[in-house]
Design a protein around this ligand. Structure first.
Ligand code: ATP
Length: 362
């Protein structure tokens, strides 16, 4: 297993890139630790596959370097990079049995027969494939075949990294849930460096120790699920992570007071007098509703709709022209004439879309 280092990495598909928008991947400097499970998360076209293909060697970057530990592998082709890859669609040999498919990457590299049998047995158990070990791949369903592809990606223990490119796309929803958890458990067990590309936040959050959230060819934040949830460093991260995403309100700031829809809100930290586009961010989980008659503070709101989720409900609210959400327990009564309050410890302030650090008050 290896640590993966990206140094001033950038990529443009066209010749002679002149401006930022010519780059599918903007300048990136990051380190993936040895044995870490990471995810690249972002919407379609943000550059996830481009970055993965550079790491795997399918694509040579226009600028910058890739290191596996201390070795510069920027121009090393895929076949010499010693990595395993799992793609969106199954790569299996129909004429081989499930066990033969799993053994293939090991046979190919001349591993000892006894070791191959042992390792294939392990993977069959890990992925719950034992009952179909001797079946030909030809008759299997697409998601069974993809499970074999996952197994083939995981069977070699001597690789520098295992790269997954949207591996659960063809898997049916029920099995998706099961495989997500299995993959995570497996990663913890084998401790391989794994990079998992997805546009699905649930897949990223269940699988990864750290997640790189990407937009327009840039990594906006590289953090643990907790960090992305509690302190999104960019409004896009706040909006993209969470269900529903973070609420944002245009605001004015003076020291430790934010003014939102004409109401003053006390902040935990002090921000001076920042300029630019200022927004207050608060997750729906940290919005509470109170009866206006009992509460002098808070944002007067109109309840637009309620979505029942089982244990919780999403309450869609309107304050002035700002639409936002509160995530409340199903047991919580919605007041008749509500005001909304925000947990001061959970408020984040953004300046031109990036988080603004305040100063703790005495
Ligand atoms: P998706 O989730 O849809 O696969 P992605 O996040 O993986 O998207 P990329 O496929 O890396 O994004 O694409 C990043 C940008 O580079 C996009 O604007 C895309 O149109 C462009 N791009 C990708 N491949 C090529 C190519 N071979 N030639 C030119 N432009 C490309």
């Amino acid at each position: 297993m290896a640590k993966i280092v990206l140094e001033n990495l950038a990529h443009a598909y066209g010749d002679n890139p002149q401006q930022e928008s010519d780059y599918a991947l903007k300048r990136i400097n990051y380190v993936w630790n040895d044995g870490e499970a990471c995810a690249l998360l972002g919407p379609s076209g943000c550059g996830k596959t481009t970055l993965l293909n550079i790491i795997s060697g399918l694509l040579e970057p226009s600028e910058g370097r890739v290191y596996f530990d201390d070795t510069d592998v920027t121009h090393v082709p895929t076949k010499d990079k010693n990595i395993a890859q799992v793609f969106q669609f199954p790569v299996v040999y129909d004429t081989m049995t499930v066990a033969q498919n799993l053994a293939f990457p090991l046979v190919n590299r001349g591993f000892d027969q006894a070791k191959i049998i042992l390792r294939v047995e392990e993977i069959l158990d890990l992925l719950d494939l034992r009952h179909m070990a001797n079946m030909k791949a030809k008759g299997l369903t697409a998601d069974q075949k993809q499970k074999i592809s996952l197994g083939r990606g995981l069977v070699r223990q001597d690789v520098n990294a295992v790269l997954f490119d949207e591996p659960l796309t063809v898997i049916d929803p029920l099995m998706k849930w099961e495989l997500r958890s299995q993959l995570r458990a497996l990663q913890k067990k084998v401790g391989q460096t794994m990079i998992y590309v997805t546009h699905d936040q649930i897949e990223a959050l269940t699988f990864a120790d750290r997640i790189a959230v990407m937009l327009d060819g840039a990594i906006l934040q590289f953090g643990t699920p907790k960090e992305l949830f509690e302190r999104p460093s960019h409004t896009f991260v706040g909006y993209f992570i969470g269900s529903p995403g973070m609420n944002f309100f245009p605001c004015e700031i003076k020291d430790s007071t934010a003014t939102v829809v004409g109401q003053n809100i006390d902040l935990k930290d002090s921000y001076g007098a920042p300029i630019g586009k200022l927004e207050l961010g608060i997750r729906p989980e940290f919005v509470s509703l109170h009866e206006r008659a009992h509460q002098s503070d808070g944002l007067p709101v109109v309840v637009e709709s309620v979505e029942h989720l089982g244990r919780n409900k999403i309450v869609r609210l309107l304050a002035g022209e700002s639409k936002f959400s509160a995530l409340l327990s199903e047991r919580t009564q919605i007041p008749k004439d509500p005001v909304a309050q925000f947990d001061a410890n959970r408020i984040c302030i953004y300046q031109d879309s990036f988080i603004l650090e305040g100063e703790a008050q005495p």
